[in-house]
Write a protein that binds this ligand. Sequence first.
Ligand code: ADP
Length: 575
Amino acid sequence: MNAIAVVLFLAGAGSWIEFRLKSDLLEESTRDLQMRAHLVNDAIARSQRPPQEEVQHLAEVGGTRITIIQRDGTVVADSEAMAANMENHGERPEVRDALARGVGSAIRYSDTRRSDMLYVAYAADGQAQVVRVAIHLEQVNARLRVAEHTILLTVAALFIAGMGLSFLVARFIVKPIEAMRSAAQEIARGNLDATIEMTRRDEFGELVAAFNTMSRELKSRVGQIDANRRELSAIMDNMAEGLLLVDSDGVIAVNNRAAARMLESKDSSLAGSRLWEIIRLPEVDELLASLPNLTEPRRIWVEDRTHSQRRVLAFVATPLFDTGKGERHAVLLISDATEDQKLLEMRQDFVANVSHELKTPLTSISAYCETLLDGADKDETVRRPFLEKIQVNSARLTKLVSDILNLSRLESGMGDESRKQIDLNDLVARSVQRHADVADQKNVKLSMHPMAEPAIALVNDEDMTEAVDNLITNAVSYTQAGGSVDVTVSRNAYELQVEVKDTGCGISAEALPRVFERFYRVDKARSRALGGTGLGLAIVKHVALKHGGHVEADSEVGVGSSFRVTLPAMPTQRE
Ligand code: ADP
């Protein structure tokens, strides 16, 4: 490429020099011939010799062809031809110009001399003849060739010098620039490992070193940014809450996986979508509309009515902030608050139920007390039964409060630390023992079926005793005289089970799934009459769950019920 440019430049320069030289030579020759024509004209004017003779003499001396032409074009004399044989020269351009302006010149092929000639004609004012001198163009060309050779040699020398220079330029300037350009392109394409291999001590060497340092620095910065980005996206994607970055129009800029899941989008990226088109809830519209006025985070709970299953979503919106890209965005956190809402409602129900349950015995107690104070205490026949009623209701209250406290203790997780390895055979035997009298009185056959080997479980003695007590109390209570209650401890590879099976009244299929709910009773009046609080099975369930186990119940109305508490087993000594 460089060579072509140098050749073209030198060829152009050479041609131009040659052209200039040629035109200068011709100009100079023309001027020389003009001068000669003057001299010839003067010489002929002064000469005594006939024109033909004089012309030949002067031509020999001057080395030029000389022609004398009359104004009418008739050739009078010619140094190289017979004038008489020559045609009229009046129309020769140089002669015409000389006659018109005094001098004229022309380059033409001469038939007489059979070569290209340079003619110059001169006509002095008032003279009857025109003097024409001519030289062979070959004479001019010979000088030109000498000049051409010189030019060619110069051009060749310049070409070699140019090539050498361009080689040096390519080697020392273009090559490093090219290397830097391709490395920069590599970096722009994302290959941050691109460096330049070059060891030079000049400015280019310094430039290359600076470039390589810049490339390494860039790689480390990009790596740092990439690590930060990955860390951030790992945090975002592992968040349980849905996270959205939205602008004031509700257009989503960024979201995490949880947000896409909660908004039930098929695409994991919601960027560019409008939140109010994805989730059409007036509360969310209102929250978005309030963003420009927010000064502190705002939290709302929304029941998603568009959903088939009951779903409550909690939205927390931050005030709008500048993202640094000239945009204003807010962060929206979405969490599934369905369980929280249920818990809240359960608590509210529980408080209402507790108040109600407490109110009934308290009202009775206060009514009996009032009646006694109003004078009934004087009446022996009334006083004792009234006091007994007060006692029964107080006991009921005590049982209720103790059950409530137990339940809340179980829920709070207190007592977990006091678990011990306990043989359930012993624990269940003690409980059966405690209920033996009541069962006897009711004529219910209460039997215990322990395991042959120890049934070791890691349990809180008090809680587990409470659970087994509740199951046996229920079984004995809801079994009529003549019936039986069988308490069995058994084990499979990993689990221990305590089963309390009775031949009592049984529970209907509709009621069975609800018996573990707090305050749920199949027959309220009967439960109360039997001293039940409606919390017994709720306590059993909590104890089982707290110990990593579960409860089950089977029942058939009129046939009997079976309640089973299953717990993880501890390995026995023999294992
Ligand atoms: P309660 O204090 O009323 O016994 P529980 O939570 O222990 O409360 O039991 C809830 C309800 O389940 C009881 O009211 C009763 O209707 C029913 N139930 C519990 N155990 C039995 C059983 N062994 N046989 C029949 N019904 C039972």
